[in-house]
Every structure is written in C-alpha cells, then in structure tokens.
Design a protein around this ligand. Sequence first.
Ligand code: AMP
Ligand code: GLY
Length: 422
Amino acid sequence: MKLMVIGGGGREHAIIKALKKNPAVEEIFALPGNGGIAADATCVPIGAKDIPAIVEFAKENAIDFAVVAPDDPLVLGCVDALNAVGVACFGPTADAAIIEGSKAFSKDLMHKYGIPTARYETFTDLDAALSYLDTQSAPIVVKASGLALGKGVIIAETIDEAKQAAREMMAEGKFGESGKCVVIEEYLTGPEVSVLAFTDGKAMVPMVSSMDHKRALDGDRGLNTGGMGTVAPNPYYTKEVADRCMEEIFLPTMRAMNSENRTFRGCLYFGLMITPDGPKVIEYNCRFGDPETQVVLPLLKTDLLTIMQAVSAGTLSEVDVEFYDGCACCVVLASEGYPASYEKGYPITLPETAPDTEIYIAGAKRDGDTLLTSGGRVLGAVARAEDLPAAIEKAYALADQIQFDNKYLRKDIGQRALRALS
Ligand code: AMP
Ligand code: GLY
C-alpha cells in the first residue's frame, strides 16, 4: 500500500512510525514532512493547506490511503477533496471538523445536547461583549471562535483585561477572521486531562489518557506554547472519571454530531477539566493532539493502520483496540526563546535510540547528512516504561543525550502527575 500523511510535526512523525509497522505498507509520503521525518518517509514539498496540490499528488501517485493530521487542512475540507477523487482517508470531513474550527459551533452543540462545559455567551458585536463583561466577575475566559494556533484563549484576571482582549480580537483584528466572533466563558478549575478517541460515528474508542504541559516554563509559568511535554496515562483520569466521561461526554458528543448530520470519523480530541462538579469539556479538537500523540501511540498495541482503515470504512466496532499497560513520557526539546522569537539553523546530534525510546522530530531540516534546527519545538524525546517515574527518568536521560545549541526544555514534565499519584 502507498500511504500519504499530511502535516510535518512531531505528531506526524509519531503517526508515520506507527503506520510503518504494518508490513503491507510499501511507501509513505509526508506532505510536507520535515528533515527528521525524511528518515522514515518520502517528504514532498507540498504545504498542508495546499489542497489542490495534495489532491493532484494523490492522483498522480495512486495513493491508497491518506491520513490528514493537522487542524487547518481538515477544517478547509482536505478529506472531502480527497474522498471526491476516490482516496480513502483518516480524518473528519469539513462539516465535522467544525467541532474544532468554530468554538461558537462547539459551545452551541454542547448546550443543545446537554454536554457539560463552562457557561458561555457568544458575541460578534464588540459593544455587546463589553456590556456583558460589565455584568460578570473575574477571572473570566475570552476565546477567539476560530483557529488561532492555540493562542486564541485569554484567561483574564480582571474585567478590564477581558475587555482589552475582546477589543484586540474583535476591533483590532488580532487572530484575523478567527477573532471576529468571540466566546466569553466561565472560568473553571481542576486538573486537565486530554483524551483522544477513535470514532466512526458508531463506535467510540477512547485511547489511553494523557497530560499536556502547555506553559513554557517550569511550574506551569510563562507563555502558552503548543505543548512542552506530555505523560500518559493521566493519573487524574480514574476509572470512575472515565466512566462518567463516556456516558456524559464522549457518547453524547458522537450522537450529537450524528443528529446534526455531521458524523465525525477520525480522532476526536477531548480537552477535559475535572472540576468539583465533575468532568467538563474545555475544548474539542478534530485531530490527534501534539505532543499527546507522541505518548499515546507508543502505548498502542493494535496496528494503527488497521484501526484507521476501520474508522474510514465505518467498521471500528470490529477491531479490538488494545493498549500496553505502562506509562510514557515525552519531553519536548525546543529552541531557547520559543514560543516568542528564537534562533534556528543549529546542527542536531542524535544518539542511537534504546529499546522503548523514540525521538520524534518536529522542527528540523536536512542539510546533506546534517539535521539542523528549523522550528520552535525541535523534537520530542519519548520513553515507555512500566511506571511513570521510570518513563520520566528514561525520557530525560534520552533528552540529555541530544545536543544542539540553544536547546531548551522544561525540567518538570510529569512532576504534577507524580504528585497526584503520591
Ligand atoms: P484551549 O486552547 O481551549 O485548550 O485553551 C487553552 C488553555 O486555557 C486550556 O488548556 C486551559 O488550561 C485554559 N482554559 C480554557 N478554557 C478555560 C476555562 N473555561 N476555565 C479555565 N481555564 C480554561
Ligand atoms: N497539545 C494540544 C493540542 O494539540 O491542541
């Protein structure tokens, strides 16, 4: 089989390495991939949002199956366009990807179908948003409705700060069209849990849970990033919480999308907060998380391609999806300065990976035989072990052996999870 994976980050590298394990796979193309992915797939310089070029490439190369990983192409209808020329895909069509593409849509969906989430109001008129804020108390959360590279959420400590955020989004064009519509919502408290789930609209199969570390600095301080590290499973996701999530959130979401004629087929990401009133949805994503995927897929026992094809064919209930016991940890190695400005172009030295470890490259390009840093998040050092302390220790030992100038990493990935376990 010839496969094509759209995207070019650490998540895509993890997906490609998992797909390669299936002996029926002859070749994998990554569009655009990156310098590190090039060791595992044929990289093609076509951007993830260039849907006409992606479709053309799929036709010319007789691609049998495509995995569309990032949010942008999914929301833009990449799966629809590929399906239209007969290419089977893993990933939702645009009418279902809206669950991430529009927070106004997802909040209304949850409200309509009684799925627990923060109380909210949606605004397209700035004056109405400002008047509403006068009736609220802080802290309060202001979110750009559309896609904003994970940066469109402002946790305002004061009402003035919330008004400023609303003005910047709605009047001053911060986040462009994505910020013209804002959701203002209640501030929730509690530990956060990420759950990725396979679904074909009939079966709902949650994967092992995980915990992201979104802030740039140790102790969860500093700017929000795409994610500085992850551990799986998440100790806050107990059996009792998992059962409640299935009944109150996962299945109701799948059924709600079916009722709206927007059947979701792919990986549905539930960003959850375990509040004193029970689990609530903070956000939905229409795709695998990054860097959640880097700890979830190493724990997947069942063949990934088999699952993805079943999701696409609507036969997921026939596949027995199994995970290994044990834990995984991903430490992201970034360029110093990320997520603000940083330098790049430094050579990366990689060690041989030991059993139960992986290096997933996110931001690197190839210069002859040398790999050079080319992004904010450069790579993920991942380890699997019997328990969480061992997984964390192994991931940091691996991270220590990877060298490049300007290397920056958080020192405390997994410490919050360890505290929860003690
Ligand atoms: P999102 O991009 O929607 O995942 O939001 C980014 C981060 O903002 C989340 O991971 C939470 O830590 C935080 N957040 C979002 N919504 C809320 C809320 N209603 N209450 C408290 N924190 C929130
Ligand atoms: N790690 C969060 C995300 O992928 O959106």
